[in-house]
Ligand binder design. Structure first.
Ligand code: FES
Ligand code: FES
Length: 199
């Protein structure tokens, strides 16, 4: 019987404790010193909205905000982002109510395939955080690192411009979303099903 010796491509050191705040929640996990942030976010924390597209810094699908600044999580070592405030697409909404950029992507066709959308949303949210009235050129510059393979960029640019308008007019997702229209209510509004119905 032959014995197989597994030789890892990348030498692995011992795991170390990684801490950070992800979407407002303090997280502590074991990670290797060379772990990339993308893997810690997806595999340890479970924020699967962070997408692995190219894994080499060219598509923008994996973008997250690190202390409010867009970063490609596939090119960021987890320990480079240790102790920071990280926001993924899951952290943009206010509870059940969409962030204006999410509302406008839904309303204006910015969300097409869905795979690249989280990256577009977080970089656009960062732009609007600093500039609620961007020009089209500024929007295009902000999203230049994000690839849409179906090339539907115009709807994305329109969505960002419209979200800026919502923010300037002080219209939040809260104002646009009546609790009764929430498709996934919790608490007393949660629909009850007859006993025995699968959920
Ligand atoms: S997966 Fe990070 S840029 Fe493509
Ligand atoms: S909308 Fe995702 S690739 Fe075009």
């Amino acid at each position: 019987m032959s014995s197989h010796i597994h030789i890892p491509m990348v030498p692995t050191g011992p795991m170390e404790t990684w801490t950070g705040t992800v979407n407002g929640k303090q997280e502590t996990h074991l990670a290797h010193g060379h772990s990339i942030l993308l893997d810690v976010l997806r595999d340890k924390i479970g924020t699967l909205g962070v997408k692995r597209g190219c894994d080499m810094g060219t598509c923008g699908c994996c973008a997250v905000l690190v202390d409010g600044v867009p970063k490609l999580s596939c090119l960021t070592l987890a320990f480079e982002a240790e102790g920071t405030q990280i926001t993924t697409v899951e952290g943009l909404a206010d509870g059940h109510h969409l962030h204006p950029i999410q509302q406008c992507f839904a309303d204006h066709g910015g969300s097409q395939c869905g795979f690249c959308t989280p990256g577009f949303l977080v970089v656009s949210a960062a732009l609007l955080e600093n500039n609620e009235d961007p020009t089209e050129a500024e929007v295009k510059e902000a999203i230049e690192g994000n690839l849409c393979r179906c090339t539907g960029y115009q709807q994305i640019v329109t969505s960002v411009m419209e979200a800026g308008k919502m923010l300037r007019e002080g219209i939040s997702g809260d104002d646009r979303t009546e609790p009764a229209s929430d498709p996934h209510p919790i608490g007393p509004d949660e629909p009850s099903l007859p006993p025995g119905d699968a959920r």
